[in-house]
Design a protein around this ligand. Structure first.
Ligand code: AMP
Ligand code: GLY
Length: 425
């Protein structure tokens, strides 16, 4: 039995506010810290302004504050080994260790697993020099996909329509636009519809943690530049029992087997970014965390105490937990700073937030916000997440848009067409 737990959440986005809100509702939690958090988490937790790349300082804080459990939101500290470090120092932590986090940290690590375990994915080649890459591209069909290895916050991916665009992408990657590049990945372009598939895993067993679809492009109609995510909806319209079985058998199970064969265990959320093509799933990429804004979209549907899920994962006891979900349709719209994902201005006041009248099925999760003297200011490209649950995606979207319009933030913009593939078809 767990009681009066002190929890620490690492991260500062909408995902972390959604996690914070959910565990705030748990009767087993007595105190929450967020490192560093945002203006939303500050209403529920104590924000601590610490550099989340400085593991020694984090450890010192956790010990001093007698934290019982740490939840790591973003990928960077996971890929850099925060879980190994904290576990070594006797701290209980939810998230995958450094080696399994390579599933997100290194695209070539994942592609090599796909090859060895026969996991359906785009055909690919890995190249170590500009010349070799361009030689290959000279004989390729277009469009083609070119990716930097390593973490690039979703930005190191080019879909090149012709050789000229492809050469430019190769040049940018090898010139270090996404950090030092020793390798480049060239991939076949997959046609189809994308879907996010989540599991939560305790190292031995796992449970499905719902599906979602997100909108990564900045403009309506899924046009324009890639972003962190402009909105999402859950469940995905593509999922059915047969497809779910294929995803498990062809993608999830062999991946977990690969991690086990390395002598490792996978503990935490695992997010498979899939392309569904004629009812067949192909792996595009793995993320070793919840998606953002998928997390904000999915967690309001969760009925089970999230703290029970985290504890069961850390105790390798997930098998005995029955995760329950609400049946409604959840849709999230992200309100962004004008100019995002390019240049935008921070520190613009957001008035009116407290005047919005939310009902039980409305949720506002903060992302890039900060609180100064009890006033809220923008502090990032993606600022607020408006989530609504209802019996149809159409109604959920209508409600989220209504709330954004009521807020009427002068520096904001958002996509009005989130969910168009399922709502407007
Ligand atoms: P990633 O960072 O690998 O998720 O790629 C970002 C986005 O690029 C994905 O969400 C897809 O929309 C697109 N993408 C990546 N790889 C492919 C591919 N092989 N075929 C088609 N689209 C892709
Ligand atoms: N929504 C995409 C991501 O979290 O990577």
């Amino acid at each position: 039995m767990y009681l009066y737990m002190i929890i620490c959440i690492i991260g500062s986005g909408g995902r972390e506010h959604a996690i914070c809100k959910k565990i705030y509702q748990s009767s087993k939690v007595s105190k929450i810290y967020c490192l560093p958090g945002n203006a939303g988490t500050q209403q529920l937790a104590e924000n601590i302004d610490l550099d989340i790349d400085n593991f020694e300082k984090i450890l010192k804080f956790l010990k001093k504050s007698r934290v019982d459990l740490v939840i790591v939101g973003p990928e960077k500290p996971l890929v850099n080994g925060i879980v190994d470090f904290l576990e070594y120092n006797g701290i209980k932590v939810f998230g995958p260790r450094k080696i399994p986090s390579q599933l997100e940290g290194s695209k070539t690590f994942t592609k090599n697993i796909c090859k060895k375990y026969n996991i359906p994915t785009a055909k690919f080649g890995i190249f170590e020099t500009k010349e070799k890459t361009i030689n290959f591209l000279n004989n390729s069909k277009f469009p083609i996909v070119i990716k930097a290895d390593g973490l690039a916050s979703g930005k190191g991916v080019y879909i090149s329509k012709n050789l000229i665009e492809a050469k430019e992408a190769v040049k940018e990657i090898f010139d270090g636009k996404f950090g030092k590049a020793n390798k480049i990945l060239v991939e076949e372009f997959l046609n189809g519809e994308e879907m996010s598939f989540f599991i939560v895993c305790d190292g031995k067993n796992y449970k499905i943690f719902k599906t979602a679809q997100d909108h990564k492009r900045v403009n309506e109609g899924d046009e324009g530049k890639n972003t962190g995510g402009m909105g999402a909806y859950s469940p995905s319209g593509l999922i059915n029992e047969i497809l779910e079985k294929k995803i498990i058998n062809k993608i999830i199970s062999p991946t977990l087997k690969a991690i086990e064969d390395m002598g490792e265990k996978y503990k935490g959320f695992l997010y498979a970014g899939l392309m569904i093509s004629e009812n067949e799933p192909y792996l595009i990429e793995y993320n070793v965390r919840m998606g953002d804004p998928e997390c904000q979209t999915i967690l309001p549907l969760l009925k089970t105490d999230l703290i029970d899920i985290f504890n069961a994962c850390c105790d390798e006891n997930l098998e005995n937990l029955n995760i329950k979900w609400r049946e409604e349709k959840s849709l999230c719209i992200v309100l962004c700073s004008m100019g995002y994902p390019d240049k935008f201005t921070n520190n613009i006041k957001i008035e009116n937030l407290n005047n919005l009248k939310l009902n039980n099925n409305d949720f506002i999760f903060h992302a890039g916000t900060k609180n100064e003297k009890n006033e809220i200011f923008s502090n990032g490209g993606r600022v607020l997440n408006f989530v609504s649950l209802s019996n149809s995606f159409k109604n959920s979207r209508k409600r989220a848009i209504k709330l954004i319009n009521q807020l009427n933030w002068g520096n904001g913009f958002f996509r009005k067409d989130i969910g168009f593939k399922i709502i407007d078809k």
